[in-house]
Design a protein around this ligand. Structure first.
Ligand SMILES: Cc1cc2nc3c(=O)[nH]c(=O)nc-3n(C[C@H](O)[C@H](O)[C@H](O)COP(=O)(O)OP(=O)(O)OC[C@H]3O[C@@H](n4cnc5c(N)ncnc54)[C@H](O)[C@@H]3O)c2cc1C
Length: 370
């Protein structure tokens, strides 16, 4: 056995780290109140979207996202094999569409930026977009085809990771970590104390609630709220409304529609600075539905199955921190903001290398918190 590692947080980052560490010979304990069933990862859409998530001024982050995407095919294969579960990993591609002339102009600016970074994205007319996605509204002004942006069913992914962890021998403790003490030792909310060789902090927006992290070199992690909807096929419905992810600009607002294999569609998402409030607001649900229907009118036939919100863990520069903190034996894997599902395989691989004291790529070295 290589070493005893405790992972704090059972979202996508903690589970992926626990699974990979265990597969690499470490004795792993995962501590989280409801592993695989809560956090941002539970509500997320599951897009694996380095290109359509490329924002002006974030070229270093885009390079990280592209590297993250490269890890997905082998990660998905290994996880499905070892867990015995399917995770809805889908490489059909993405189309981003514009509703009005000003949205089209914005998409053209975005396309020029994407090309300046060497990203693969193709300008498409309205009729070309409708050939790719027949359910699109005839009123659209064309768009961009991005073949390299994919998706996974995030809830199936969490279930597979949890099962993979169990099969690989990870001990799962359903509890909240209250504090970290030197050692490193975890102090749980029920008073238990767990010592280890290494601790991996992967608590998402719960990080600031853990006592004893002052001076560890960690960034301020703040919650960015996202409303998101799940629409299901009406009973007896025939074909799927969508077969590939559609993103859109609707009078300047962004919306996305992510289809699942069972005919359901995930519609998201707002980005709101409201502290740790997770209430679901009528106005946000209304806006998402209006924008989604403007792009794909056939959504009217689906059922509204779930309206939810989640908290993305964001750092001041929107970039995650992965690496050793200034506390002996304590690693961080936090702050994945909008792209934690995409970055989970890359993060887990980096954590395995760091725990094994192996060198990591410069791209990862730059993310070290301390
Ligand atoms: C609406 C929405 C849509 C999104 N869509 C996408 C997408 O399409 N693609 C993508 O890549 N990303 C997406 N994201 C972002 C993604 O969900 C996050 O980046 C990712 O979930 C971060 O993973 P995490 O494990 O760090 O945090 P989380 O998934 O939030 O998990 C944190 C875990 O830590 C646990 N925890 C917290 N405090 C403690 C404590 N004190 N002790 C023990 N455990 C603790 C929590 O209970 C939870 O299980 C989306 C997010 C939202 C909100």
């Amino acid at each position: 056995m290589e070493s005893r590692v405790h992972v704090v947080g059972g979202g996508v980052i903690g589970l992926a780290c626990a699974w990979e560490l265990s597969r690499n010979g470490h004795a792993v304990t995962l501590v989280s109140p409801a592993p695989g069933r809560d956090g941002a990862a539970w509500v997320a859409a599951g897009m694996l979207a380095p290109v359509t998530e490329a924002h002006f001024g974030e070229s270093a982050l885009t390079a990280l996202l592209l590297e993250g995407a490269r890890h997905w095919p082998s990660f998905a294969r290994a996880l499905e094999e070892t867990s015995g579960r399917t995770i809805g990993y889908d490489t059909t591609g993405t189309v981003t569409v514009a509703l009005d002339a000003s949205d089209r102009a914005s998409l053209d600016d975005l396309l020029a930026y994407q090309h300046s970074l060497g990203l693969v994205a193709h300008r498409r007319s309205a009729s070309e977009c409708r050939r790719l996605v027949p359910a699109l509204s005839p009123a659209l002004r064309g768009g961009i085809e991005v073949p390299g942006d994919h998706q996974v069913d995030n809830r199936a992914l969490l279930g597979a990771l949890l099962e993979g962890c169990r099969r690989a021998g990870v001990a799962v403790v359903e509890a909240r970590v209250e504090a970290l003490e030197a050692g490193p030792v975890l102090v749980l909310a029920d008073g238990r104390r767990l010592g280890a060789d290494h601790v991996v902090l992967a608590a998402g927006t719960g990080l600031p609630t853990i006592e004893g992290l002052e001076g560890a070199g960690l960034p301020a992690v703040r919650p960015v709220k996202g409303h998101i909807l799940r629409l299901g096929p009406a009973p007896g419905a025939g074909e799927r409304v969508l077969e590939r992810t559609v993103r859109g600009l609707v009078h300047g607002r962004s919306v996305y529609l992510v289809p699942r294999r069972d005919g359901s569609v995930v519609v998201g998402a707002t980005a709101e600075e409201r502290g740790d409030d997770t209430g679901v607001r009528v106005g946000a649900v209304h806006e998402l539905l209006c924008d989604a229907r403007a792009i794909v009118p056939a959504l009217d036939e689906l059922e509204l199955v779930e309206a939810a919100s989640g908290l993305r863990p964001a750092t001041p520069d929107n970039t995650p921190r992965i690496g050793w903190t200034s506390r002996e034996g304590v690693l961080a894997a936090v702050g994945h903001y909008r792209n934690g599902i995409l970055l989970a395989p890359l993060t887990a691989a980096a954590v395995v290398d760091l725990v094994g004291r192996r060198p990591v790529a410069p791209l990862i070295q730059e993310l070290a918190p301390a």
